[in-house]
Design a protein around this ligand. Structure first.
Ligand code: ZN
Ligand code: ZN
Length: 179
């Protein structure tokens, strides 16, 4: 009993910073089939590129400090970004689809395959799909509520029953066609 309430508290802690965000486009999966609101592009939007990045989430401040001697205050706030296996750095926009990269430390321990948009004249990346690479196999990564049988990309409580979710890392079939 004590153990389960501790577990619940842990989930709550993990969920808290994102709860407000997760509640916004609420209802979504469970109550209605309404599609998630899509970002409206401004009229003069330049074309963006869809790309795939392989690498790891790093603290950009620490990386720039180590590589280029950028000043790093003691007790700095981590500035999470992405470092590809070829050594390129990207800034990650924090959205519902990338929230786990910031909020869940387990994502920062894995080799990842991110798919998303790179904006013109920037190294700013908007993540749409997160996958992991485990022992050379590409895996799907998602949070799962076994009560509702619902998958979610964002960490936190189940949108439907508000119960805890678990992180699932599931190998994809080897020859997956790009979406
Ligand atoms: Zn840091
Ligand atoms: Zn649920």
């Amino acid at each position: 009993m004590a153990a389960s309430s501790n577990t619940f508290r842990l989930y709550l802690l993990l969920a808290l910073p994102t709860l407000g965000l997760a509640m916004l486009p609420s209802a979504g999966l469970c109550a209605t089939n309404e599609p998630a609101p899509t970002a409206t592009q401004s009229a003069n939007a330049s074309p963006t590129r869809l790309i795939e990045l392989r690498g790891r989430v790093v603290c950009l401040a620490e990386e720039m400090s180590q590589r280029h001697g950028a000043s790093l205050p003691t007790g700095h706030e981590h500035l999470y970004g992405f470092k590809t296996s070829s050594g390129e750095y990207y800034t990650l926009l924090r959205t519902r689809f990338s929230e786990a990269l910031f909020a869940d430390a387990r994502f920062r321990e894995k080799e990842l395959l991110l798919r998303g948009r790179l904006f013109p004249k920037t190294q700013i990346f908007e993540t749409t799909t997160i996958r992991s690479i485990r022992d050379g196999v590409v895996c799907d990564l998602y949070y799962y509520c076994d009560i509702c049988d619902i998958q979610s990309i964002a960490p936190g409580l189940c949108e439907c029953c508000q119960g805890p979710t678990e992180l699932v890392e599931k190998p994809l079939p080897t020859e997956t066609k790009p979406n």
